[in-house]
Ligand binder design. Structure first.
Ligand code: CUA
Length: 392
């Protein structure tokens, strides 16, 4: 329907009639068709949801309790809504004005009714509020009965996640990125920090969402239960849930849940010197000359180096906090959960990262990407890829 100027009802009628194909297809039936198609599309869209990112399919106690809370709150609200709206609709139809009917008697207030519809919602909302807060307190800490809790610090960056294990097992320190490895049936305590803007940490099937705030430490815990998981290792997708800049939607990560033995093997192998081919050694040279002021490939960085990178970044230098690549080849994805880890994707990423993740700091700060031109030769890039896929 177009805009109808005042005082031209006849033309409007003609217009409507032409546009709608005459009386056989009045605007109202088109509106109903539109609603029906929208409803079908909505149902189809819901069906697109992948189980690995659905809060309806919890895989641990925290996500399970969050779903339970959601269900209780939603069903109480649904029943309340149906009751209240039902009475409203019934009253509107039953007592509607009829032709020739006299004006109904005018009443002003009804004390018992007024008290009822003030007291009942007050009690309901207070009860739900108090119950929710008690539930949240209970959710806040891992069970006291757990004899071991794995601690990890997760830091949000534009646009990737850093994971630091002060003690991943046997006193070993690990820093990695975009893939959080945890043993099954073990509570994991996650400290949440940010190096730049506010991000939010969310693993829909395990726990979340909690904000990652600069200069403030938040926390959450989660656990992946073996009786909720068919086969191990299992991957759970995580993502940033707070708008944090241009590539916010491309800020993802994976949680890999492993048997304790496999996890221990990963911890033991982390940081071992890779065995390099001649091409890999060439790649290491190219990497050290071009990439190593931001990326590390030999274990966790010293605190002073991390601080130096942040200071250099804030001062506008050719430097930025960047993912630690020590165990890159053990990961399933690159570019913060965006692409599968393989040589083709690594090549695409190294040639023009801005195509894949617009606005990323590597494109903006690394000297060889200046002015949108990648000055690394194809041969250099191939050698770097050879080096990177040997980092286990
Ligand atoms: Cu980080 Cu959105």
């Amino acid at each position: 329907m177009g805009f109808t100027p005042l005082g031209s009802a006849r033309r409007a009628a003609e217009f409507t009639s032409r546009e709608d194909g005459g009386a056989t297809n009045p605007p109202r039936s088109r509106f109903i068709k539109f609603l029906a198609i929208s409803a079908v599309l909505l149902v189809l869209t819901v069906a697109c949801s992948q189980g690995d990112r659905s809060t309806w399919n919890p895989a641990g106690p925290v996500a399970g309790q969050q779903l339970q809370m959601f269900n209780v709150l939603v069903w109480i609200m649904v029943v309340t809504f149906v009751l209240v709206e039902g009475v409203l609709v019934y009253a509107a139809i039953r007592f509607r004005a009829r032709p020739g009917q006299e004006r109904p008697p005018q009443v002003h207030g009804n004390m018992p009714l007024e008290i009822a519809w003030t007291v009942i919602p007050t009690i309901l909302i207070m009860a739900l509020g108090i119950w929710s807060v008690i539930e949240l307190w209970q959710l806040d800490k891992p069970p006291a009965s757990a004899d071991y809790v794995l601690e990890v610090t997760a830091t949000g960056h534009q646009w990737w996640f850093e994971f630091e294990y002060a003690d991943a097992g046997g006193g070993k320190t690990i820093t990695t990125a975009n893939e959080l490895r945890v043993p099954v049936d073990t509570p994991v305590w996650v400290w949440l920090e940010s190096d730049d803007v506010i991000h939010s940490f969310w693993i829909p099937r395990l726990a979340g969402k909690v904000d990652m705030i600069p200069t403030h430490r938040n926390r959450l815990w989660f656990q992946a239960d073996s009786n909720e998981i068919e086969t191990l290792p299992a991957t759970f997708l995580g993502q940033c849930a707070e708008f944090c800049g241009l590539s916010h939607a491309l800020m993802k990560f994976e949680v890999t849940v492993m048997e304790q033995d496999d996890y221990d093997a990963w911890v033991a192998s982390y940081g071992q010197k890779p065995s390099l081919s001649a091409k890999g050694e060439q790649g290491q040279k190219v990497f050290n000359a071009n990439c190593s002021s931001c990326h590390t490939t030999s274990g966790p960085d010293a605190a002073a180096l991390v601080d130096g990178r942040v200071a250099g970044f804030l001062a506008g230098g050719n430097i930025a906090p960047a993912p630690n690549l020590t165990d890159l080849a053990t990961r399933q994805k690159i570019a913060a959960g965006i692409l599968d880890l393989n040589e083709d994707n690594l090549r695409d990423w190294l040639k023009n990262p801005n195509d894949i993740k617009p606005g990323n700091w590597m494109s903006a700060r690394a000297p060889f990407y200046k002015d949108g031109e990648n000055t690394l030769s194809d041969e250099d890039i191939s050698a770097v890829i050879e080096y990177l896929i040997s980092l286990k």
